[in-house]
Ligand binder design. Structure first.
Ligand code: ASP
Length: 440
């Protein structure tokens, strides 16, 4: 018997009918033994997530405002779920406890965590499974970082004693026993921690899409789902803006070589996306060289020119240290013989613009500094690119045919990606041209 850890997101658990779908999915495979649950999310686009209501509750209390209306909304949502599921559950005492603890001075993390806490208790009851409070098995250090060793040990031991259990996502406890949450969307991280602690064979992450898409659906019409992707490719695409999982969710399972399967609660028949250390041979055989395309707007290029720069030792280090000193990380740094461009986030650069330019002028005495704003960066990502000839040619032909001027080129040293910089006004056109040429 293998072990599957299955995490269900907020939209998958937003109502009683969604919870019933989830229960069917869980019961369809007895290997799904450890379930991690989010708080009820949105049922429709204008709906409010329970987590947001809980944050609001705390903010209203802190500002001395009346929070009874917010509490009523939370109560209504849960009461509806409880009565439609037909279970006995004392929601009033849960909400009383939240009120009391807020009044006693609990931080915002405490009420925020109650969304998953209550939902997981409800789901455990509905399934007839054990409930394990995350605060007893997920531990943070005083500095707010996860105490991995203590957590994996405590969680592993606790769950080894249980055949089936529901664990709330999103939170754990600090050394003083108080509640601390991960950043938003953090139930994905809990799922990964549970999978790692029980040494699961698979970490299923159930959401409302049938996997990771090969391009942003707001930019490309109906992009294809990526069936298989490596952790490294996922990291590259996520960094460039593709979002399917919380950024920190990959690390615990990746270290243990546990694959992640993104699945759709509303279409359980779809295979979704399998994320693993390497691609299965059959997937590798039928796959294109490029796996996905993602991009981000909002970059500025600071181009510094100085004749004989090439002969000056440490020029590049000195230039980058000026950005670092001013809290601006660089994204790319293409160089010429006597030029160097530093590509940075426009927001961060604009906030420090005068200081940075003054320091460059005074300390490096360049001949020219040229600032180009409104740049976007587009990453074409795929492990297959290393072994296939002509990918770069295809990329630049597609952009040239679409009459797009390429303003920056960067190929990662692992040959996993080619990044091109284009004007923000060409962003949509460029991604579509690249998608049509490489992935359609
Ligand atoms: N409920 C939390 C949030 O809305 C955590 C999660 O769903 O993963 O961010």
């Amino acid at each position: 018997m293998s072990i599957i850890t299955a995490k269900f997101g907020g939209t998958s658990l937003a109502s009683a009918s969604q919870i019933k779908k989830v229960a069917d999915i869980i019961r369809a495979n007895p290997d799904r033994r450890y379930v991690v649950a989010s708080a009820p999310g949105k049922r429709f686009s204008d709906d409010i997530k329970i987590t947001d209501l809980l944050y609001k509750l705390h903010a209203q209390f802190t500002n001395g405002e009346d929070f009874s209306g917010t509490l009523d909304k939370i109560s209504q949502r849960y009461s509806e779920i409880i009565s439609e599921l037909g279970i006995e559950f004392d929601i009033d005492s849960e909400l009383d406890a939240i009120q009391k603890n807020i009044i006693a001075g609990a931080s915002a993390d405490y009420p925020a965590s109650r969304g998953e806490y209550i939902n997981s208790k409800i789901i455990a009851k509905f399934l007839g499974w054990e409930f394990v409070d995350a605060s007893e098995v997920i531990f943070f250090k005083d500095n707010g970082h996860l105490n991995e060793k203590k957590t994996f040990k405590a969680m592993g031991e606790r769950l080894a004693a249980l055949d089936y259990a529901v664990i709330p996502g999103f939170y754990g406890s600090l050394p003083d026993g108080s509640i601390k949450t991960f950043s938003r969307g953090g139930s994905d991280v809990t799922g990964s921690i549970v999978a790692r602690s029980v040494n699961a064979d698979l970490y299923e992450n159930w959401t409302d899409v049938s996997g990771m898409l090969s391009a942003d659906p707001r930019v490309v019409k109906s992009p294809k789902v990526i069936e298989n992707i490596t952790y490294t490719e996922l990291r590259e695409l996520s960094y460039m803006g593709a979002s399917v999982l919380h950024e920190d969710a990959v690390f615990p399972v990746r270290k243990a070589g546990i694959p992640i399967n993104i699945r759709n609660t509303n279409k359980p028949e779809d295979h979704g996306t399998l994320i693993a250390a390497s691609l299965p041979p059959e997937a590798r055989a039928k796959r294109k060289a490029v796996t996905g395309i993602a991009g981000r707007k909002g970059f500025t290029s600071v181009r510094v020119e100085k004749s004989m720069m090439n002969g000056e030792t440490g020029f590049c280090v000195h230039l980058l240290s000026i950005f670092a000193k001013n809290g601006i990380p660089f994204e790319h740094c293409p160089t010429g013989i006597d030029t160097i461009s530093v590509i940075v986030s426009s927001d961060l650069f604009d906030a420090q613009r005068e200081t940075v330019l003054r320091e460059i002028k005074n300390e490096l005495e360049p001949d020219f500094i040229t600032i180009e704003k409104n740049l976007s960066a587009i990453a074409i990502v795929g492990e297959g690119m290393v072994s296939v000839k002509g990918i770069a040619a295809k990329v630049f032909k597609a952009l040239a045919d679409a009459n797009i001027n390429v303003r920056m080129i960067d190929q990662g040293s692992d040959e996993l990606n080619i990044i091109v910089g284009v004007d923000e006004s060409d962003y949509v056109k460029a991604i579509n041209a690249l998608y049509d040429a490489m992935l359609a």
